[in-house]
Design a protein around this ligand. Structure first.
Ligand SMILES: [Zn+2]
Ligand SMILES: [Zn+2]
Length: 116
């Protein structure tokens, strides 16, 4: 069984590798990071994302109100959760600057591996 390091804490874990891709866009610029995490931290991220974004569905309305607090949104957050093999589950949210920085902190943004 493969053993992988978790992006979050200095610990290693057995079992399938889970990954989470995060992108934050503001006007025309975007920044992305990738996390490779253990099951526990994957679930923690999933819990966090529910406060700042919604699962993307065909019927999703595009709104410009913050998903965190309802004020006018300035940034867009996209996340894709891969629980193992197969297609990832996409999430998207619109955030004001305050909620965007809360989301970055809660999602361990700075622990992620920057996407090129
Ligand atoms: Zn972990
Ligand atoms: Zn907000």
């Amino acid at each position: 069984m493969a053993i992988f390091p978790c992006s979050f804490a200095p610990h290693r874990y057995p079992g399938p590798q889970r990954s989470v891709y995060l992108t934050m866009t503001e006007n025309l610029s975007s920044q992305g990071v990738k996390h490779r995490v253990c099951r526990h931290h994957f679930e923690e991220l999933l819990d966090v994302i529910t406060g700042f974004a919604q699962p993307v569905e065909d019927s999703s309305d595009f709104n410009k109100a913050c998903d965190g607090c309802g004020r006018p949104a300035e940034k867009s957050l996209f996340a894709t959760f891969f629980a193992g093999q197969g297609e990832g589950v996409p999430w998207a949210g619109e955030l004001c600057l305050t909620c965007a920085s809360k989301a970055s902190a809660a999602l361990h943004w700075t622990d992620g591996q920057a996407l090129g």
